[in-house]
Design a protein around this ligand. Structure first.
Ligand SMILES: C[S@@+](CC[C@H](N)C(=O)[O-])C[C@H]1O[C@@H](n2cnc3c(N)ncnc32)[C@H](O)[C@@H]1O
Length: 203
């Protein structure tokens, strides 16, 4: 199904410019591997909400890799929303929805529904989501982000009460997965993990 998704994205990308057109194959391969890394890094889970799903990474790619999971994609831009809806239909996926709107609409509309993880790649100010710290996120957050934002996220007061870890994205020196375990409060490892990030031990 990876190849079918690649074909759909290649075809629609020519109309909508969802990812780089010039280096489409390379960008697709990298985003696919990144989504795989997210899936393999998180604790076992049943459901995710992916904020700012755009071309479908990591949310739609995770659904393709692990079709039994329940996935909600959140995307405010019309063309991207339409692309995601079309890709889901053509791939014949079920137990996956797209919400046309932003994170705050998700928060309002789905406040009574629970998701294990919230994932997010490519939105600025991801810490806004943590500030909201919504109770419908059970296990935690997984942000894919650059070094400066990692520092900002880890400095948040709300984050300090949770156990968080930072992992380097495979093949990229300046991109990291920040995983915040909402259910593992104040684990004694938290401080040492933050210290080790500062000491550049980012394995
Ligand atoms: C860099 S782009 C796409 C990244 C996407 N994960 C991908 O792989 O293509 C970031 C996306 O986030 C969306 N976005 C920006 N702010 C948002 C918000 N507050 N809630 C949900 N989506 C948002 C934008 O419309 C855009 O499609």
């Amino acid at each position: 199904m990876e190849e079918k998704f690649r074909e759909i994205l290649r075809r629609e990308n020519a109309k909508f410019n969802l990812i780089s057109r010039k280096s489409f194959e390379k960008t697709f391969d990298y985003l696919w591997l990144l989504s795989k890394q997210v899936l393999e890094t998180l604790e076992p889970f049943d459901s995710i909400v992916d904020i700012g799903s755009g071309a479908g990474f990591p949310g739609l790619a995770i659904k393709i890799l692990s079709p039994e999971k329940k996935v909600l994609l959140v995307e405010p831009r019309k063309k991207r929303y339409e692309f995601l809806t079309l890709a889901i239909k053509e791939l014949g996926l079920t137990n996956i929805e797209v919400l046309k709107g932003d994170f705050f609409l998700f928060h309002k509309k789905f406040c009574d529904k629970k998701f294990d993880y919230l994932t997010c790649l490519g939105i600025k100010n991801k810490e806004d989501f943590v500030r909201e710290d919504c109770n419908n996120i059970k296990k935690g957050y997984c942000f894919i982000t650059g070094k400066n934002e990692v520092e900002r996220i880890l400095q948040l007061k709300k984050i300090k009460k949770y156990n968080s870890e930072v992992k380097k994205v495979s093949g990229k020196d300046n991109l990291f997965l920040v995983i915040i375990h909402r259910n593992g409060k104040n684990n004694s490892n938290s401080k040492s993990k933050r210290r080790s990030w500062k000491n550049n031990d980012r394995s």
